[in-house]
Ligand binder design. Structure first.
Ligand code: T4K
Length: 371
């Protein structure tokens, strides 16, 4: 036990260090470190091609990209969103002076439930901000229908959805804008990073201005923009990472399959199904610890921790339970029964490309009880 190595929920995928040296040499040669340099431009083009989208603006991280996406569409008033996400989703609304209105999630996908959206719309509602949680697509068609009926904007928090495709191609093409995160813990990482996917060149131009203080040219500032630019070092790293991302996702898929096989007969353990998408990215491996399992979720979490397996309770607590949100009428737990139940049951198991088969077995055996 003392020699057992710790296993974390994730670990970034890194190429051999020497493969990064030539990229660094280029940066040292041309001395362009940021402000839309050559690697920034290359990575925007390469990601458009890889993801199958037309226009993409890189950012320093996903949170600033979310804040800017709301600015780009001039969203105000109230925005309908999910309580079952990372806190950055709702924080991006508060940073824009927007009131989040929490709506419950679907019991199968744990994504925003379209059937519950209409009842939360008021004259102040201007947009919907759903999350493709764990990379499983939302019911994008149903959400668009509601948005069209009520003339609302849709901004997807697609932080988990890198490379995910529905039957109609990239899930990132839905809604008015989609936002990716390239944080160290994500399927594709640039250390820190993010992007907004947008439908046309005009919107991209506005987003590019907003992420660069609102500058149009040396003398003209058209908006109170922010500094959201990705640096050349992050962009160069992204170019290198992109070469290995398919292999990394393929290994994640093997791990996903292995967990499902090993855990399929464990009473009270439910491996979350995908949402029927065409292409998944296997970014997380969430299980629900239900009645019938001998331990509750927190006891299993602690047991794994005692054995140096650091699973995570994504997403507990719910965003709506944090102090800056819990006073909102929509944060009341009676309004969010499904999200509350999921938050009490969920545990995300370790999944990352360098996780060995023996590690997966070790985690599964602890859950099965054969430890
Ligand atoms: N929207 C959604 C739906 C999101 O999930 C996120 C981010 C965002 C928006 C915002 O995007 P960014 O602004 O972050 O680009 C992590 C991440 O910090 C966060 O990016 C992510 N979601 C969230 C789901 O998870 P923590 O607090 O769990 O991270 P941390 O530091 O505890 O890392 C988890 C494990 O990963 C560690 O136990 C070890 C491993 N790790 C982590 C880092 C940072 C490494 O091995 N190396 C590392 O560099 O939030």
């Amino acid at each position: 036990m003392n020699n057992t190595k710790p296993i974390y929920v994730t670990q970034p995928h890194l190429p051999p260090l020497e493969e990064f040296y030539p990229y660094l040499e280029k940066i040292w040669e041309n001395k362009i470190l940021t402000n839309g340099g050559p690697f920034h431009q290359q990575l925007e083009r390469a990601l458009c091609e890889y993801l199958g989208v037309e226009h993409l603006a890189l950012f320093s991280n996903g949170t600033i990209a979310l804040v800017t996406a709301l600015q780009a569409l001039r969203v105000t008033g109230e925005v309908i969103t999910t309580p079952y996400s990372f806190v950055a989703t709702a924080h991006s609304l508060l940073w824009n002076g927007i009131k989040p209105v929490f709506v419950d999630v679907d019991p199968v996908t744990l994504n925003l439930d379209p059937a519950k959206i209409e009842a939360a719309i008021t004259p102040q509602t201007t947009a919907i901000m759903p999350v493709h949680c764990y990379g499983n697509p939302c019911d994008v068609e149903a959400i668009q229908k509601i948005a069209d009926n009520y003339n609302l904007r849709v901004i997807y928090d697609a932080a988990h959805a890198f490379g995910v495709q529905t039957q109609n191609g990239s899930v990132l093409k839905y809604g008015d804008l989609s936002v990716l995160s390239f944080h160290a813990t994500k399927v594709f990482n640039t250390f820190e990073g993010g992007a907004i996917i947008c439908p046309d060149a005009k919107t991209k131009l506005r987003i590019d201005q907003l992420k660069n203080f609102g500058f149009v040219d040396e003398l003209t500032v058209v908006a109170p923009g922010i500094n959201g630019k990705m640096s050349e070092i992050n962009a160069a790293f992204g170019m290198l990472q992109l070469q290995g991302v398919d292999q990394a996702i393929a290994r994640r898929q093997e791990i996903d399959t292995m967990y499902r096989r090993l855990l399929k007969d464990v009473k009270g353990i439910h491996c979350l199904d995908d949402a029927g998408q065409e292409v998944s990215n296997y970014s997380y491996f969430p299980i629900l610890v239900k009645d019938g399992y001998p331990l509750d979720r927190d006891a299993l979490f602690e047991k794994l921790k005692d054995h140096l397996v650091f699973a995570r309770r994504y997403f507990y607590p719910l965003i709506s339970d944090f102090p800056m949100y819990r006073g909102l009428p929509s944060a009341n737990s009676a309004n969010l029964p499904i999200a509350n139940r999921a938050a009490k049951q969920v545990l995300c198991l370790p999944i990352y490309p360098n996780l060995g088969d023996d590690d997966v077995e070790r985690v599964a055996n602890l859950i099965i009880g054969d430890d």
